[in-house]
Design a protein around this ligand. Structure first.
Ligand SMILES: C[S@@+](CC[C@H](N)C(=O)[O-])C[C@H]1O[C@@H](n2cnc3c(N)ncnc32)[C@H](O)[C@@H]1O
Length: 416
C-alpha cells in the first residue's frame, strides 16, 4: 500500500464516492420500507394480513440482497485504486498484447458463459420503448470484444444503449434506428448531462437523417494507464438498417452488438398474456412493459417468423461486409414458444447462428443471460403439459474469419 502513487487515486476517489452514494440511497430506501413493514406486523392481525406482511418482507429482503452487487463493484474500484506502480506496469504490458486491451485477470473474470448479474435500473424512458437491454450488458460486451478507438455498430439501435456505452468507453459507435420516436428519444438521453455526463465534453451536430456526437480533444483522466483516443465519436441514423452499407465502410467494424426485433413475437406474446396468463392459477403479476415498436411496413417486428428470417438474411450479408476480418457480431435474442402450434418451440438463437454461418461467419460462442431474478413465473400448460418459463436470453457470438482463416476455408472448400 505504501508505494501507491497518490496521483493514481484521483480519478477513483470521485468515482468511488459517486457509486457509494448511489448504493447508500438505494439501501436507505429499501431499509425504510423494510422497517415500515416490520412495524406493521402484529400478532393480533388476521392470518391473511400477517401472511401479506411476511411476503412483502421477503420481497424487500431479496431486493436488499441484490444491492450486494453494487457493493461488490465498489470493492473492485478500491482494489483497482490500490494497485502498486509495478502492478500497473505489468498490467499495461498485458493490455498491449491483447486485442481487447484486457489483462489476463480481466479476461478470465469475463469468461463465464452464464450471466445472472446483468440488470440496470429501469427508468421511465425505458418504458417508452419496452424492449431495451441493460447498459451493463452493452458495456460488458464492448469490453470483451473491442478496445479503445474501435468502431462498434448497432443496426437496431432502439434508444441507443449500445452507442451510449461506446461513447462512454472511448469507442466510436454507429447506430441505425427506423422509428423516429426512438431516434428522438436517443438524442434526448444522450444530450441530457444527468443521463450522459460525458456530453459536457462533446460537440453535437445534426444534419439530414442523422446526428454525430464527438468528444472534444481533452485529456480523459478516467482512462489513466491506457492509451486513450480521446476524441471518439458516435453517430445515429434514422433509417432502415437494410441501407447500412450507405453508412459504413467495408471491413470497418470491430464489434456489432445488437438485439433485433424478435419477428412478431411481441404482438403474439401480448395476445398470449391476455389469454393464457390471465387464466393462470398463479396471480397475473408479470410486470413486462413490451409493446409493438410501430405499425411501419419496414419494421421487422411486424413480420411473421419465416418472413422475418428471410428479411434478415441480406442484412446479415451486409453486416459481414462491414465487419473487419477477425471482428465480432453479437446478437442478443430470445427463443419463443408458439402456443398455437404443436411444434411449439422456436429456436430463434439457432436460426440466427445458422444464417450467420450461411453468410460466412464462424459460430464463435454462445452466452446465456439468465433473467430469472428479474421475471415472475407464470403457470404454463398446467395441468396436462409441463412447460418452463422463457426466462433467459441468448447472446449468439459470431466472428468473421481472419484473412488467414479465410484462405484456409477456401482451400478446404476447393479440396472437397
Ligand atoms: C429490441 S429493439 C432494440 C433495443 C436496443 N437494444 C436498446 O437497448 O435500446 C429493436 C429495435 O429495432 C428497430 N427496428 C425495427 N425494424 C427496423 C429496421 N428495418 N431498421 C432499423 N431498425 C429497426 C425497432 O424500432 C426497435 O427499436
Amino acid at each position: 500500500m505504501n508505494n501507491i502513487k497518490e496521483i493514481n487515486l484521483i480519478p477513483y476517489v470521485d468515482k468511488i464516492g459517486k457509486r457509494f452514494n448511489e448504493y447508500k440511497n438505494s439501501l436507505d430506501k429499501e431499509i425504510t420500507k423494510l422497517e415500515q413493514l416490520i412495524y406493521k406486523f402484529n400478532p393480533n392481525l388476521e392470518y391473511k394480513e400477517q401472511r401479506k406482511v411476511i411476503e412483502n418482507i421477503f420481497k424487500m429482503q431479496n431486493k436488499i440482497n441484490s444491492l450486494k452487487l453494487q457493493l461488490e463493484e465498489i470493492k473492485q474500484e478500491i482494489q483497482l485504486a490500490e494497485k502498486t506502480e509495478e502492478e500497473i506496469e505489468k498490467e499495461n504490458k498485458q493490455r498491449q498484447i491483447t486485442f481487447n486491451g484486457m489483462t489476463a485477470r480481466e479476461w478470465a473474470l469475463h469468461s463465464r458463459n452464464v450471466w445472472n448479474d446483468v440488470s440496470s435500473p429501469r427508468k421511465d424512458y425505458h418504458k417508452e420503448h419496452g424492449a431495451v437491454f441493460p447498459l451493463k450488458l452493452a458495456e460488458r460486451l464492448i469490453k470483451m470484444y473491442s478496445r479503445e478507438g474501435d468502431l462498434i455498430f448497432d443496426p437496431f439501435s432502439g434508444i441507443g444503449t449500445t452507442i451510449k456505452a461506446a461513447l462512454e468507453m472511448n469507442r466510436n459507435g454507429i447506430g441505425i434506428e427506423l422509428n423516429p420516436k426512438f431516434y428522438e428519444l436517443t438524442k434526448q438521453i444522450l444530450l441530457d448531462p444527468k443521463e450522459t455526463p460525458i456530453i459536457d465534453l462533446c460537440t453535437f451536430t445534426e444534419e439530414n437523417n442523422g446526428f454525430i456526437i464527438q468528444k472534444n480533444n481533452v485529456d480523459d483522466l478516467l482512462s489513466l494507464g491506457t492509451t486513450s483516443p480521446n476524441n471518439n465519436y458516435i453517430k445515429l441514423f434514422n433509417d432502415d438498417c437494410r441501407n447500412l452499407t450507405n453508412y459504413l465502410e467495408a471491413d470497418s467494424v470491430q464489434a456489432l452488438i445488437t438485439s433485433p426485433p424478435y419477428a412478431d413475437f411481441i404482438r403474439k406474446s401480448i395476445e398470449d398474456r391476455e389469454k393464457v396468463h390471465k387464466n393462470s392459477l398463479i396471480k397475473f403479476n408479470n410486470n413486462s412493459t413490451v409493446k409493438p415498436y410501430s405499425n411501419s411496413d419496414l419494421d421487422l417486428g411486424n413480420l411473421p417468423y419465416d418472413e422475418f428470417l428471410e428479411a434478415l438474411f441480406p442484412i446479415m450479408e451486409d453486416t459481414y461486409k462491414v465487419i473487419k476480418p477477425g471482428g465480432y457480431a453479437i446478437w442478443v435474442v430470445k427463443d419463443y414458444k408458439d402456443k398455437e402450434n404443436f411444434s411449439s418451440y422456436l429456436d430463434f438463437h439457432t436460426d440466427i447462428a445458422n444464417i450467420g454461418k450461411k453468410v460466412g461467419f464462424l459460430y464463435h460462442d454462445l452466452i446465456i443471460w439468465d433473467q430469472n431474478e428479474q421475471r415472475s413465473l407464470v403457470l404454463l400448460g398446467y395441468p396436462s403439459k409441463f412447460h418452463t418459463n422463457q426466462n433467459c436470453s441468448f447472446l449468439v457470438v459470431l466472428r468473421k474469419p481472419t484473412i488467414d482463416e479465410m484462405k484456409q476455408i477456401r482451400k478446404d472448400k476447393e479440396r472437397n
